[in-house]
Design a protein around this ligand. Structure first.
Ligand code: SF4
Ligand code: SF4
Length: 153
């Protein structure tokens, strides 16, 4: 947790990950791990898949209830919610994106890890425009838990 506290960097072993079946369906993964007074993700969730004993608690996902709708990705002010689906060797990652330019559907972008390193290419397969744009990319399944941002060139 030291790295999280000092640098705000989430590492994979800090996360409670979904199983293979849940990933095939596509579920939200929260990388919001520190206590802060915030709960729009819980409020917006249509299936009550996000648990939080009180507003300061980090959210806990019920992967069985989650339908992967990505509404929590759109409203999270901390840009800490993602939806991940893994099928047939491909990962589809839905992530928040507040930078410019906004990519176009079909565009190839750089896939970035949590430190901002380029780890491969990804194809933009869907964009939902809003105050926070919500972008879905497709890439190799090996990068499903590695990539959490994109770079548009
Ligand atoms: S993806 Fe949809 S169903 Fe799943 S936790 Fe987020 S808001 Fe709830
Ligand atoms: S909306 Fe985002 S920052 Fe706020 S509690 Fe939910 S995951 Fe954390």
């Amino acid at each position: 947790m030291k790295r999280l506290e000092e640098e705000g960097i989430v590492e994979i072993d800090m996360l409670r990950l979904p199983n293979e079946k849940q990933l095939w369906k596509g579920v939200a993964i929260t990388e919001c791990l520190q206590p802060i007074p915030c709960n729009p993700c819980k409020e917006v969730c249509p299936t009550n898949a996000i648990k939080m004993e009180n507003i300061n608690d980090p959210p806990i996902l019920d992967y069985e209830k989650c339908i992967g709708c990505s509404l929590c990705v759109e409203v999270c002010p901390g840009l800490a919610m993602f939806v991940v689906r893994v099928r047939n060797g491909k990962a589809m990652i839905t992530l928040p994106y507040e930078m410019l330019p906004v990519p176009e559907r079909g565009q190839i972008v750089k896939a970035l890890d949590r430190l901002g390193n380029v780890v491969g290419d990804a194809k933009v397969i869907a964009i939902k425009h809003g105050r926070t744009n919500v972008i879905t990319i497709e890439l190799d399944e090996k990068l499903a838990m590695v990539v959490r941002n994109i770079k548009v060139e």
